[in-house]
Design a protein. Structure first.
Length: 260
């Protein structure tokens, strides 16, 4: 197997593994639009990284984390509805990133950033993706029970003494890191789909939160393998192929009878 295909497979599998449990919380807490806002803002991070001559991956990570903190603060203090605020920030940051890139003298391949370029993942990109995914998984383990508690009943969790605001912020920051490392794989326009679709497909056949998280990871792994195979044999774009495979698995989950 060629080295570039091995790098692509490892990167995709690492992301799918962490996207399963994290995507489950995105589905449970109805945070899909929040994920879209962060992913759209990732392009602004790319532009700033190129302008400041720093690693785009690092710039995107820092930018997504700062945007997550800003969103949390604005949601608590502004009079607008959350979906309105998220819509404003999503399209504003995406447009600002595109405008900033247009002023650069160096020609940028926007398609790779918008829809991913998984087959171009190099050793440095792979290390960044593996490291970011491992960090999120390690942080998610101790946060699992507190996150479940605030997801099931936030007020009860607050009465029991859990730091609800801090836990909610931690979840947003974990999503921000995953979106930053996933940009190379599926691009800023398709990142949220890899979080949502496998989790939504697993939800129908799961009876516990742990079953859903594990099922979402397994379906994500299958989607990555199927998408890469489709890309390799049919010369289709890798990122969209993975999302199409995940969508096919989602439809299959509804075709299969639900366990009694």
């Amino acid at each position: 197997m060629p080295d570039f295909l091995v790098n692509a497979l490892l990167a995709g599998l690492a992301l799918a593994l962490v996207a399963g449990p994290l995507g489950s919380f995105v589905v449970w807490r109805r945070m899909a639009y929040f994920g879209d806002t962060l992913s759209h803002g990732a392009l602004l991070g790319v532009a700033l990284g190129l302008i400041l001559n720093i690693s785009p991956a690092l710039a995107v990570t820092v930018g997504c984390v700062l945007l997550a903190i800003l969103l949390l603060g604005l949601q608590q203090r502004q009079p607008l509805a959350s979906d309105t605020l998220l819509g404003i920030l999503a399209h504003s940051t995406l447009s600002l990133g595109l405008v900033a890139i247009s002023f650069m003298e160096v020609r940028i391949d926007l398609m790779a950033y918008l829809f991913g370029d998984l087959l171009a993942v190099g050793p440095t990109d792979l290390a960044w993706i593996l490291g970011g995914s491992a960090l999120v998984l390690l942080l998610l383990i101790p946060l699992w029970r507190p996150l479940l508690a605030i997801t099931v009943h936030e007020e009860l969790a607050r009465v029991e003494g859990l730091p609800v605001a801090a836990i909610r912020l931690a979840l947003m920051l974990l999503i921000a890191v995953v979106i930053a490392v996933a940009m190379k794989i599926v691009g800023v326009l398709l990142i949220t789909s890899l979080l949502i679709i496998p989790a939504a497909a697993a939800q129908r056949h799961a009876y516990t939160p742990e079953q859903m998280a594990l099922g979402a990871s397994v379906l994500g792994l299958l989607a990555v393998c199927a998408g890469l195979a489709l890309s390799w044999y049919q010369d289709t774009p890798a990122g969209p192929s993975i999302v199409v495979s995940a969508a096919a698995l989602f439809l299959l989950s509804f075709a299969l009878p639900k366990r009694a």
